[in-house]
Design a protein around this ligand. Structure first.
Ligand code: ZN
Length: 226
């Protein structure tokens, strides 16, 4: 028997519900300037070869992915420098209703939250309701996290913060204040999740990274279980 933060797990059927919150890589939007995901066949059964074999090409920030401090901070930690327990966490999903599609999540979204104690916090916003992560055309106007709200996530001691579009910061804000407020405090950032079908509440989040050294970020398959 193993345990995730005190919840005993004997086998996977202990989870009543497993909900995918990652988006298909081939249909996901791409942040301007980032590489686009592609797959190429190297060997094909239908061409008479003895096996199928493909290569894939993608950016470290393709689709649903996690940012590590090394993304923005010199000397910041890379993905492989975190224990796997940082990617398997109790999580709160909170719903935020911003009036405009390009508004920030502000401090009011956090007013009812108690100490995060290293847990994860995911924001469900208009972005999920607009299905932005399923639209391959990049959208400049999306709900993002204000610097103040990001700083509050840090002072509340959350271990991971997730948003439902490709950046926690407003598009065009090169100072990236929300990224910095989180990454400077060793809070991992889960970007590009789809929470449209997810009800607010408590779950466990599993979003394990690929096993590769020195990555500033990494695409993940993220699921909520309970
Ligand atoms: Zn990123």
């Amino acid at each position: 028997m193993s345990a995730v933060s005190g919840i005993p797990i004997t086998n996977t059927s202990d989870f009543v519900e497993v909900q995918n919150i990652s988006v298909p890589l081939e249909a996901a939007p791409v942040f301007p300037g980032d590489p686009k995901y592609s797959r190429a066949s190297i060997s094909r059964l239908e061409d008479g070869a003895e096996y199928n074999l493909s290569s894939i090409y993608l950016g470290t920030h393709s689709g649903t992915h996690i940012d590590a401090p090394a993304h923005l901070l010199r000397g910041g930690r890379t993905i492989d420098q975190y224990p796997l327990s940082r990617f398997i966490l109790p999580v709160q999903v909170v719903s935020v209703n911003c009036p405009g599609n390009g508004d920030p999540i502000d401090l009011s979204a956090l007013q009812d939250l108690k100490s995060g104690e290293g847990e994860a916090l995911l924001f469900k916003t208009n972005n999920s309701r607009r299905r932005l992560m399923h639209n391959s055309v990049f959208t400049e106007e999306f709900v993002y996290l204000s610097r103040e709200a990001a700083a509050r996530c840090a002072s509340l001691d959350f271990g991971l913060v997730g948003v439902d579009y490709l950046s926690v910061d407003r598009y065009g804000d090169d100072l990236a204040p929300a990224h910095r407020a989180l990454l400077e405090n060793e809070i991992l950032i889960l970007e590009g999740i789809d929470l449209e079908a997810v009800s607010p509440g408590r779950y466990h989040l599993i979003c394990l990274p690929l096993n590769a050294a020195d990555l500033d970020a990494v695409p993940v398959r993220a699921v909520l279980v309970r």
